[in-house]
Design a protein around this ligand. Structure first.
Ligand SMILES: NC(=O)c1ccc[n+]([C@@H]2O[C@H](COP(=O)([O-])OP(=O)(O)OC[C@H]3O[C@@H](n4cnc5c(N)ncnc54)[C@H](OP(=O)(O)O)[C@@H]3O)[C@@H](O)[C@H]2O)c1
Length: 249
């Protein structure tokens, strides 16, 4: 199962897993893009079922994942869907409605769906859940507080969920990528160092899931930046993060 399969990274993951004998359950919102990804996966030999759903309807998302899992047990769930944010020009602080939306789509939806799935996987003592976070989770980004905050919440949730099911045959992996060359990634302001192509990112995520890694940060310079953020004295860190913020007026 892959959420966000109609988007850049999710579509790349669908293509990575598409092969004869594989059953894919692809979730997305945009009908045409989702159908295009499904058709390419079918052409590669996979059996594909699609589901269109807005993940900000949490109750519907949880009910749907439970129904899908009851219909055919999900072996590997990749919760990829996510929304990005950057302050609108002139905004000192992001819009409150946008913060609520990011919280729902980037944190509440994947966490609740992962919990619903983990409960079912624990019953059958097998399954893998992969949550797609972001290296943004490691830093207090003043220009993307909602995005950084929602991904930080997801990271902590994934780690805790992993520990709660580790002895029950269920594996939980969280990945924290740097920049990926997708339509959404291209909207991010400023330079995008160590940019990865979606297919490369997808292969790294699949590898992390196969190895049962707790947390995969890629490419590696983002792991180094995480340590720098942790080790810098607070004043120096604050100055650095503020310097990254584009001027607003
Ligand atoms: N690109 C990067 O540089 C980067 C870096 C680090 C982490 N990530 C993370 O990687 C994941 C995929 O990002 P991407 O770059 O591939 O973005 P993308 O191209 O914008 O794709 C996002 C996917 O999420 C789905 N989605 C968004 N909001 C949704 C909602 N309310 N309900 C249901 N589905 C929704 C989209 O569906 P529709 O298009 O059908 O609406 C799309 O399939 C995200 O979690 C993102 O935070 C990306």
């Amino acid at each position: 199962m892959i959420t966000g399969a109609s988007g850049g990274l999710g579509a790349a993951l669908a293509s990575h897993y598409a092969a004869p004998g594989r059953s894919l359950l692809l979730w997305g919102r945009d009908h045409d893009r989702l159908e295009r990804v499904a058709a390419a996966c079918r052409a590669a030999g996979a059996t594909v079922v699609v589901r269109r759903l807005d993940l900000s309807d949490i109750a519907a998302a949880v009910a749907a994942v439970e129904a899908d899992d009851a219909a055919a047990a999900i072996g590997v769930a990749l919760l990829v869907a996510g929304a990005g944010d950057v302050r609108a020009p002139g905004d000192i602080v992001e819009d409150a409605a946008q913060i609520a939306h990011l919280g729902l789509v980037n944190f509440v939806a994947p966490s609740s769906m992962a919990a619903a799935l983990a409960r079912r996987m624990v019953q059958r003592r097998t399954g893998t859940i992969v949550l797609v976070g972001s290296a943004a989770a490691f830093h207090a980004l003043p220009f993307a507080a909602g995005y950084a905050g929602s991904k930080a919440g997801l990271l902590r949730f994934a780690d805790a969920l992993r520990l709660s099911v580790i002895d029950r045959g269920v594996r939980v992996t969280v990945v924290s990528p740097g920049f990926i060359d997708t339509a959404a990634g291209r909207k991010s302001p400023g330079p995008r160092p160590f940019l990865l192509q979606p297919a490369d990112a997808a292969a790294r995520i699949a590898r992390a899931a196969e190895r049962g890694r707790a947390h995969s940060i890629f490419p590696w310079p983002f792991a180094v930046l995480r340590w720098i953020d942790r080790l810098l004295p607070a004043m120096a860190r604050d100055r650095l993060l503020r310097a990254l913020t584009p001027p607003q007026d």
